[in-house]
Design a protein around this ligand. Structure first.
Ligand code: NAI
Length: 249
């Protein structure tokens, strides 16, 4: 597949499930070849192709622990050995380790910052070189409304997601001269394994804060990512697009 020079190539971190998996499927649907990086494959890559009605072989899983700089370097080198160009980078991998600050352990702070923020720094540093020399490319970093609004019990997560916004705006300014666009999606409350752990009463109370009155679907985030990665968004860079049913307006 990668020998077709007209075909676009994408890297998605954390594509094994949830929002990341839907992002992979939505890019495959556009005919884009996708490498997704996660610690486990989740559904087999060819199953994702089937779900997207894309040719088999268009999706590739690469084993990667975003918490480990050596693993990220190795995974990106594996991808770059298979494709000479990278048109799209989506930093989606993310974790939570919630707790009130007075009881928060160092590891809970460091783990979240390492995966959510340092992980994106590592991929952007390497792939921005590729995109800058191509003089084209688009990066989408998945933040959260929590990075905009804050949330009690999530100081570590909010710091990582707010950090991602400042990071992305700075990167957008650095790379604009090379025609590389960098944007952020800030999802609200989306139905995935990450939010499944919340008790029903917490979900109900969260719903009352959403003007559209319902929890979002991972496909609704993926559609927004696909838009920002497409030529339809060719004049959009350095922006934060909330996909949150109006929660953070
Ligand atoms: P999820 O828990 O279902 O999926 C997380 C993804 O990150 C998985 O694919 C997992 O493999 C990957 N991941 C986690 N740690 C990793 C590591 N060390 N190395 C490699 N991959 C790793 O979560 P969900 O909901 O799909 O979240 C995706 C992104 O969206 C995250 O960045 C999250 O913070 C963000 N988000 C989610 C919201 C929600 O309501 N579900 C709301 C706002 C933001």
């Amino acid at each position: 597949m990668s020998t077709d020079i007209k075909r676009k190539s994408a890297i998605v971190t954390g594509g094994s499930r949830g929002i990341g998996r839907e992002i992979v499927i939505s890019l495959l649907r556009e005919g884009i070849e996708v490498w997704y990086l996660s610690r486990s494959e989740g559904l087999p890559a060819d199953e994702l192709c089937k779900m997207a009605e894309a040719p088999s072989g268009l999706a590739h899983w690469v084993n990667c622990d975003m918490a480990d700089a050596g693993s990220v370097e190795e995974a990106l080198s594996t991808v770059l050995a298979q494709t000479s160009r990278v048109d799209i980078l989506v930093n989606n991998a993310g974790i939570t380790r919630d707790g009130l600050i007075m009881r928060m352990k160092d590891e809970a702070w460091e783990d979240v910052l390492r995966v959510n923020l340092t992980g994106a720094f590592l991929t952007c540093r390497k792939i921005s070189r590729v995109m800058a020399s191509q003089r084209t490319g688009t990066i989408v970093n998945i933040s959260s409304v929590v990075g905009i609004m804050g949330n009690g019990g999530q100081t570590n997560y909010a710091a990582s997601k707010a950090g991602l916004i400042g990071f992305s705006k700075s990167l957008a300014r650095e790379l604009a001269g090379r025609s590389v666009r960098v944007n952020v999606i800030a999802p609200g409350f989306i139905e995935t394994d990450m939010t499944d752990v919340l008790p029903e009463n917490a979900k109900d109370s969260l719903k009352t804060q959403i003007p559209l009155g319902r929890i979002g679907d991972a496909t609704e985030v993926a559609q927004a990512v696909a838009f920002l990665c497409s030529d339809k968004a060719s004049y959009i860079t350095g922006q934060v697009l909330a996909v949150d049913g109006g929660m953070a307006m």
